[in-house]
Design a protein around this ligand. Structure first.
Ligand code: ZN
Length: 287
């Protein structure tokens, strides 16, 4: 089962998050019919989302937004602090490889642009912070984001290995707390320099606890584990609210010309139907 764990390590000088996200990414691949490079890009963003579930316990909803000038366009991940996540990708049909390495060219597919984090976007005092994308490889971009925007020096590693379907997916975040010593920083740098990549570790049979032990040099204190699941939770009522924001002219067109409306949710592809009667009621409610 997909999950994220949070631990402290090195005498409370660091916080470590480790997640396994294979099912989450596979579900996103099926819903959005993503081609391999798009699967890897969206999967990495979903994995960062999973890693962030225990990070902001006070925020019930966190949205991650990537907007790039590459062929993928934009990607969104919504994170609920109970462990449910959902994702959207503008152009899912992207499959480009690096000619030299043969690896999926995620950075090229994302391009230059911005990474934005919104905490509780539905509230008036929402926290919104944007940084420029560094490489578009997602992990590097969030390393930069945490260090610059949240003043928490971090190292983010995320990976997705995709064949016909998603084979391995997961990641980690190591964050240095203000009391981190030079000795601890050196130790972590040494460990990170020897890492072979998250998907390789899973492939070798390691689980999230093994990865945590490796990253912490055996000093970890596990705090909690949260199950992660792809879940949209959209309802007809939610889309009713959206329809109420349309002007009467548009609603009349749906009523008189289209004989109703069908709205497809962009996060889960579920269809919500509105009959002429439903739409007339929405028009009344607006008044
Ligand atoms: Zn939905």
């Amino acid at each position: 089962m997909d999950h994220v764990l949070i631990a402290t390590a090195y005498n409370n000088e660091t916080r470590i998050y480790v997640a396994s996200t294979k099912n989450l990414v596979e579900k996103a691949r099926i819903i959005h019919s993503t081609e391999p490079t798009a699967t890897a890009a969206l999967g990495r963003l979903l994995t960062v989302g999973g890693l962030m579930v225990p990070m902001y316990k006070d925020n019930s909803l966190v949205t991650l937004k990537i907007e790039g000038d590459g062929p993928i366009g934009s990607m969104l991940v919504d994170i609920n602090n109970n462990g449910s996540l959902r994702a959207y990708i503008k152009n899912p049909g992207v499959y480009i490889k690096n000619n030299k390495t043969g690896k999926l060219a995620v950075g090229m597919a994302v391009g230059n642009g911005t990474l934005t984090v919104l905490r509780d976007p539905q509230l008036k005092n929402a926290f919104i912070s944007s940084v420029a994308l560094q490489t578009g490889e997602i992990g590097d971009d969030f390393t930069y984001y945490f260090t610059l925007s949240e003043q928490t020096p971090s190292s983010v590693g995320v990976g997705v290995l995709v064949g016909n379907e998603v084979m391995y997916a997961g990641g980690f975040i190591i964050q240095l707390l203000p009391n981190a010593s030079e000795e601890t920083i050196t130790k972590i740098e040494e460990i990170l320099s020897k890492l072979t990549g998250v998907t390789n570790m899973f492939k070798e049979g390691m689980n999230t606890i093994d990865i945590l032990k490796l990253l912490s040099g055996g000093t970890e204190k596990l705090l909690s584990t949260t199950t992660l699941e792809y879940h949209c939770g959209c309802t007809k009522e939610y889309y009713e609210t959206a329809l109420m924001k349309l002007d009467d002219e548009f609603l009349d067109k749906l009523i008189n010309e289209d004989n109703g409306a069908e709205i497809v949710c962009r996060y889960c592809n579920n269809k919500h139907y509105f009959t002429v009667e439903d739409l007339n009621k929405i028009k009344q409610k607006k008044k």
